[in-house]
Ligand binder design. Structure first.
Ligand code: FES
Length: 103
């Protein structure tokens, strides 16, 4: 079972921004919305594309390859061509550190 690991410092990411982080050899995307953090795999379930260069607004990110969109809170695929969710990971802020627990 995975444990929480430090991903970034709370002040490292501005509100509304995202960053690519490697945790235990796995690339994940970390988003900050207000003082909340959300983390998903950097993998589009349509064809394995990276989501890191996709545009995001609110709680949605769009895959730059073919336009699938995902909800960063749940990983749910919101439109074709993706129909399977991408993996989400639990986030927590402790002592100015943002921690992520890989699922
Ligand atoms: S690889 Fe993401 S929409 Fe096709």
């Amino acid at each position: 079972m995975s444990e929480f690991q430090v991903a970034i410092r709370h002040g490292d990411l501005a509100d509304g921004e995202k960053t690519l982080v490697e945790i235990a050899d796995r690339l994940v995307l970390l988003f900050r919305i207000g003082d909340q953090y959300f983390c998903i795999d950097d993998i589009c379930t349509h064809d394995g594309g990276t989501l890191a260069d996709g545009s995001h607004q609110g709680f949605e990110i769009e895959c730059p390859r073919h336009g699938a969109r995902f909800d960063i809170r749940t990983g749910a695929a919101l439109c074709m061509p993706a129909f399977r969710p991408t993996q989400v990971h639990e986030c927590r802020v402790v002592d100015e550190n943002v921690l992520v627990k890989l699922n």
